[in-house]
Design a binder for this molecule. Structure first.
Ligand SMILES: Cc1cc2nc3c(=O)[nH]c(=O)nc-3n(C[C@H](O)[C@H](O)[C@H](O)COP(=O)(O)O)c2cc1C
Ligand code: SF4
Ligand code: SF4
Length: 299
């Protein structure tokens, strides 16, 4: 049985999976808005002792993450194919609510300006299944993982406006938490059952064309490294799934296609800009999904 409302936010914990950092930025801005902290576009977690961030992007362990009484949680995850990124689901499943504790939770998803489809209801349902008490939800926009300088898609987002929206939403969440009936059912856009998941990357051996001419399936390839790579290892470090390794004898960067989730963290992180991921989605998204979409929030 849930309480009607929670009087104070004692501890605020952002828990996220965010290979290219946009979901993390949004979740931290929402958290900052909840505590009334304003400021620049980064470093919210450092700006206040009240907020801690548990970023699961590079954390491949399976030890439980226990959240307890007095703690409020903001979840952040990216949208992959209209659903919560499967790797984010796996990592967030480590969360355990302490017995008997009510953990007020805000769920946020970040998507690349195409659509979030059923991802927000899916993250809401995941939170409930973990024993959390979601009371607000928001879908925000981040630069698409497949965006390139030549064919940008939501380039630079979340931008100042997005982060301001996220902080305003955080303020609304805090006020809702303070009101009676904070945990009453509320509407979130999306469908149950959720849209079918796309097949895992390793299972997609070729890219088909749908009747509308858009790429129907995720591209099968993995990011490639151009000649001249100094083997600095940054792509190995940032890969959430451990798909990248360096063969020192062959002086080559290797990518395991069975592990790669196409998140493009390695592409963004390569200091020499030698790592690229080519997919027909980029041109499609650039052509059809460039009109600016705005955040949508549900309370
Ligand atoms: C495999 C894959 C699938 C994606 N599917 C979608 C999608 O269905 N809709 C969308 O708008 N963006 C989609 N994106 C873009 C990401 O949701 C977007 O870039 C997000 O900001 C990435 O979050 P992150 O920075 O936390 O990694 C996809 C990205 C990847 C890598
Ligand atoms: S990050 Fe770029 S330069 Fe460094 S090892 Fe990887 S591909 Fe090479
Ligand atoms: S190798 Fe694949 S999974 Fe690893 S960072 Fe690059 S795109 Fe992401």
């Amino acid at each position: 049985m849930l309480k009607d409302s929670i009087d104070t936010i004692d501890r605020l914990t952002v828990i996220c999976f965010s290979p290219t950092c946009t979901s993390r930025k949004i979740a931290e801005a929402v958290a900052a808005g909840m505590t009334g902290i304003s400021g620049g576009t980064a470093g919210y977690a450092d700006a206040s002792r009240q907020i801690r961030t548990i970023d699961l992007t590079l954390d491949r362990s399976d030890s439980p993450i226990v959240v307890g009484a007095g703690e409020t949680v903001v979840l952040g995850a990216p949208v992959y194919a209209g659903r919560v990124a499967p790797e984010a689901v796996r990592r967030l499943q480590r969360i355990k609510a302490a017995a008997g504790a009510v953990i007020p939770t805000v769920v946020t998803v970040t998507y690349g300006n195409r659509d979030y489809e059923d991802a927000l209801v899916e993250l809401y349902d995941l939170a409930v299944s973990l024993g959390l008490s979601p009371f607000a939800a928001g879908a925000f926009i981040g630069e698409h993982s497949y965006s390139t300088p030549e064919m940008p898609v939501a380039e630079g987002r979340p931008d100042t406006l997005d982060l301001a929206d996220a902080r305003i939403f955080g303020g609304q969440c805090a006020r809702k938490l303070d009101s009676s009936g904070a945990f009453a059912p509320f509407h979130i856009k999306g469908n149950r059952p959720y849209k079918e998941s796309s097949r895992p990357a390793s299972d997609t051996s070729r890219t088909a064309q749908s009747s509308s001419g858009s790429p129907a399936k995720p591209a099968p390839s993995v990011p490639l490294t151009a000649e001249g790579c100094p083997l600095c290892g940054e792509c190995v470090r940032v890969c959430p799934t451990g798909a990248v390794s360096i063969d020192m004898n062959a002086r080559k960067v290797l990518t395991d296609p069975t592990l790669c989730i196409h998140c493009c963290a390695c592409v963004r992180a390569c200091p020499a800009e030698l790592r690229t991921y080519t997919t027909p989605f980029t041109a499609f998204l650039h052509e059809h999904c460039s009109a600016r979409r705005d955040p949508e929030t549900f309370l």
